[in-house]
Design a protein around this ligand. Structure first.
Ligand SMILES: N[C@@H](CCC(=O)N[C@@H](CS)C(=O)NCC(=O)O)C(=O)O
Length: 203
């Protein structure tokens, strides 16, 4: 299988971590693919009209996206029932945690584009403030209500760990570890997993 993307993307990283946790690490070849929000990547557009990473191409030539669907595909194809349990309460709790990770990922990637990629004179300060508030709100919710669930290895906890890693990499919330020490401690411990260490992004 080919996974198109870069480990600097939190969505690609959460997909690759899931592959490894499902025992598929050796079967998934990462095809380094870089993206830029203002430039089309023609090769990627041939695979997906959305042209965002990650995109997975199976050995049968089926194209699968986006990251959430790829993660579910890895669980399904490996028969892993722990990362996304069937039992309804757990199932939808994991998917809700994953939705929070995806939302936090969209927010942080958007913030990076706004503050780093966009020309300084075109910066939209109100947008930046709103995204920072959203990041704080998610971290606050995670620390207040989700710590017991984060201790389970699931698609949700993998997603959150990947996005917190991205926030660190791009320094999008410099004071988050002081404000949310329990979450920071969890992230530090989770990052010791082989799947996380193996997929650590490089600045
Ligand atoms: N919903 C998508 C989001 C993926 C995404 O935003 N990827 C970013 C990189 S982190 C991207 O490809 N950006 C290129 C662009 O915006 O054109 C997923 O979960 O896979």
């Amino acid at each position: 299988m080919k996974l198109y993307g870069s480990l600097n993307s939190p969505f690609v990283r959460m997909s690759m971590v899931t592959a490894m946790e499902c025992g598929l690490g050796l079967k998934v070849q990462l095809v380094n693919t870089s993206v830029n929000p203002t430039e089309a990547n023609a090769a990627l557009e041939k695979l997906s009209p959305i042209a965002k990473i990650p995109v997975l191409e199976t050995d049968h030539g089926q194209v699968i996206y986006d990251s959430r669907v790829i993660m579910e595909f890895f669980c399904h194809t490996s028969g892993n029932k722990n990362l996304l349990p069937d039992e309804p309460i757990k199932h939808f709790r994991v998917l809700t945690l994953l939705a929070m990770a995806q939302g936090l990922g969209d927010t942080t990637v958007g913030l990076r584009y706004e503050t780093f990629t966009r020309p300084k004179e075109a910066l939209w300060p109100e947008f930046v403030v709103r995204q920072r508030l959203r990041i704080g709100a998610v971290m606050s919710e995670l620390e207040a209500k989700w710590m017991p669930h984060l201790s389970d290895l699931t698609l949700g906890s993998i997603g959150i760990a990947a996005v917190l890693g991205y926030i660190e990499l791009r320094q999008l919330a410099p004071d988050w570890k002081t404000k949310f020490p329990h979450l920071a401690h969890w992230q530090e411990q989770f990052s010791k997993r082989e799947s996380m260490a193996h997929t650590a992004p490089t600045p």
